[in-house]
Every structure is written in structure tokens, then in C-alpha cells.
Design a protein around this ligand. Structure first.
Ligand code: AMP
Ligand code: ZN
Length: 113
């Protein structure tokens, strides 16, 4: 399968990995939109959030849990941060291996563009 995030998870291509455990990998986004912009991905390939199954509930919970733990570790819990899953065309999903964006370190507007 030609999936760039599977290749990052399997260390077939280089990335700036900041977190890993048996289920997840976190790495710096190559094109950051804020001072902190990290992607948390499951090692398991799931192409989009719509295809998450009930057997993946714990995995998705862990993705959110580890992202917030990391945000706390780097001190973003006081200033705040955003966790985002872009899903499908209208949201601008570009990589079809689910990933949770952790974005922070600057003031953000709402609603998003
Ligand atoms: P999305 O629009 O939610 O699918 O976002 C995909 C994200 O992956 C974008 O923010 C890209 O900058 C990022 N990205 C794409 N390729 C790489 C890569 N090789 N290493 C790190 N981040 C990447
Ligand atoms: Zn993949």
C-alpha cells in the first residue's frame, strides 16, 4: 500500500518523531501552521474517520488521550490548543491515513476557514 503515514510509522521514510508507543506515533507536521503542529497517527492503517469501526474505539480514545498528554507536557494546557481530524473533501483531508492534528502556540480564530 502506498501510504505516506504508514511509511513514517514503519520508518521507511524520515520524519521528526516526537512520540511513539505500541499503538501510536506522533511527529511534527512538515508544513506547520502554528508554532506547535504535531500529527498523532495510529500504527494501524485506517483511511478516514468514517471507516473507524467499533473495535477501534479504544484506539481513537488513546489518540486523543496521548495528544492531550503531550500538550500538557509541552505546556500548552494553560494557553490552549486545538485537536482536529480533517475528514473528506470539504474538510481538506489530504492524507488518507487518519491523523489527529495538535495545533497550538498562537491565538486561533473560530470558525475555521
Ligand atoms: P490533512 O489535510 O488533515 O490530511 O493534513 C495532512 C497533513 O500532513 C498536512 O498538514 C501536511 O503538512 C502533513 N504532511 C504531509 N506529508 C507529511 C510528511 N511527510 N511529514 C509530516 N507531515 C506531513
Ligand atoms: Zn497508512
Amino acid at each position: 500500500m502506498d501510504c505516506i503515514f504508514c511509511k513514517i510509522v514503519n520508518k521507511e521514510i524520515k520524519s521528526d518523531i516526537i512520540f511513539e508507543n505500541e499503538n501510536l506515533v506522533g511527529f511534527n507536521d512538515i508544513n506547520p501552521v502554528a508554532p506547535t503542529h504535531i500529527l498523532f497517527v495510529p500504527r494501524k492503517h485506517i483511511d478516514r474517520l468514517d471507516n473507524v469501526e467499533s473495535e477501534d474505539i479504544k484506539l481513537i480514545g488513546e489518540l486523543i488521550f496521548q495528544a492531550k498528554e503531550y500538550a500538557k507536557k509541552i505546556g500548552l494546557n494553560n494557553s490552549g490548543y486545538r485537536l482536529v481530524f480533517n475528514t473528506g473533501k470539504d474538510a481538506g483531508q489530504a492524507v488518507f491515513h487518519i491523523h489527529l492534528h495538535l495545533i497550538g502556540g498562537r491565538l486561533m480564530s473560530w470558525p475555521p476557514g
